[in-house]
Design a protein around this ligand. Structure first.
Ligand SMILES: NC(=O)c1ccc[n+]([C@@H]2O[C@H](COP(=O)([O-])OP(=O)(O)OC[C@H]3O[C@@H](n4cnc5c(N)ncnc54)[C@H](O)[C@@H]3O)[C@@H](O)[C@H]2O)c1
Length: 356
């Protein structure tokens, strides 16, 4: 990793699963981090330990609105978007807006501040792929009118905007196509394979498999992914991506279920359900470009990552949730302008956060 000085970094979606780990890491490295999140699928608890750190601030704001951070910005990681199908399909129009308007607003912020901006794109841009594994040059097979289209097409449009801003305005852009990532802080109920299986196994409930469980996925541990995101962000300007970040070890969903059962010692049985519409049959990243351009490859074996994830969920399952989420209240003073939500929350938190 290149050694870089202290930077002003905005992480949208920073209270989510991946974003909160990224905030932790960037603050630990001495950067000034502003987390922008509307807490749609993210949790305040994920960033609560950072609130007393002088280098961290939290802005409760929606990327569908214009963003004004009110200070210098060197880097923007755009992670704001619900990532699991049950969440992004609950409000598909909202998801399209988050993908497209969110991209537009972070790009405008990058243009006005001169910041470098990284888009968290997704392997879903490949849809249900006809070639395997998927290289970045593959243009995908997406159903543009199906229930997953709000996310898949939204992310594709966001990629288009990133490259248009580069061509038209010279914005320094980076696009990472993230494949399935897992680890602590995933939501218990978000319908993603690993979190689902682990929570079901820990509760000795049936493990829900869709189809016959022979569809494949490739799972990347969150720490490996963060290494890739950071390397991409700090790479030379001509390295724009899109670049695949994921673990090429391909496993069937059924194999994962058996690994989880073995590691948890669960008595759960496997329960088969119909395959959802447009569910991809195979998923495996081609990561030669990341290896060549960034010197990146994942190093954490699935067995090891699963252990940390199971340990995290075991604590969650054992600890009942508090009766009411202890959220901070907004102040009465509100700044004018389109970015009022950002300023409002920053003001609220600066009043309660002290130095580290
Ligand atoms: N986890 C994966 O396997 C995976 C795979 C491919 C791509 N990605 C991408 O990585 C990013 C992070 O994913 P994640 O797994 O951490 O998901 P997540 O749902 O845990 O995090 C997303 C965060 O974005 C916030 N958010 C959503 N809509 C917003 C809006 N309109 N304005 C402000 N904040 C908003 C949520 O509250 C949440 O904190 C997403 O963009 C996702 O598409 C993730």
């Amino acid at each position: 990793m290149p050694v870089i000085g202290k930077l002003n970094i905005v992480v949208t979606g920073g209270a989510g699963f991946i974003g909160s780990h990224l905030c932790d890491r960037l603050v630990q490295k001495g950067h000034m981090v502003t987390c922008v999140d509307n807490l749609h699928t993210g949790r305040f608890d994920n960033v609560r330990p950072l609130l007393n750190h002088r280098n961290f601030s939290f802005a409760e704001a929606d990327v569908r609105e214009p963003l004004d951070i009110g200070g210098p910005v060197d880097r923007i990681y755009n992670l704001a978007c619900p990532a699991s199908p049950p969440h992004y399909q609950t409000d598909p129009i909202g998801t399209v807006k988050t993908c497209v308007l969110g991209a537009l607003h972070v790009l405008e912020l990058a243009r006005s501040t001169g910041a470098r901006v990284l888009q968290a794109s997704t392997s879903e841009v490949y849809g249900d792929p006809e070639i395997h594994p998927q290289p970045e040059s593959y243009r995908g097979s997406v159903n543009p009118i199906g229930p997953r289209a709000c996310y898949d097409e939204g992310k594709r449009c966001a990629e288009a905007l990133f490259f248009d801003y580069r061509r038209m305005h010279g914005v320094a852009v980076k696009v990472a196509r993230i494949f399935n990532t897992y680890g602590p802080r995933m939501l218990e109920n978000d319908g993603r394979v690993i979190s689902n299986f682990v929570v079901q196994a820990l509760r000795n409930k049936p493990i829900t498999l869709y189809g016959d469980g022979s569809q494949t996925r490739s799972f990347c541990y969150v720490e490996d992914l963060l290494n890739g995101l950071e390397l991409l962000m700090e790479s030379d300007d001509q390295v724009t991506g899109p670049i695949n970040l994921g673990n090429p070890r391909e496993v069937t969903v059924k194999e994962i279920a058996h690994m989880v059962l073995a590691q948890t010692g669960s008595r759960s049985r496997l329960a088969y359900h119909p395959l959802p519409q447009d569910d991809p049959r195979r998923r495996k990243p081609e990561i030669g470009a990341a290896a060549q351009a960034l010197g990146w490859q994942p190093s954490i074996p699935l067995e090891q990552g699963l252990r940390s994830t199971i340990d995290y969920f075991a604590l969650k399952v054992a600890t009942p949730a508090p009766a009411a989420a202890p959220r901070r209240e907004a102040p009465t003073a509100v700044a004018a302008g389109p970015n009022r939500a950002v300023r409002k929350r920053r003001a609220a938190l600066s009043a309660v956060s002290g130095p580290a």
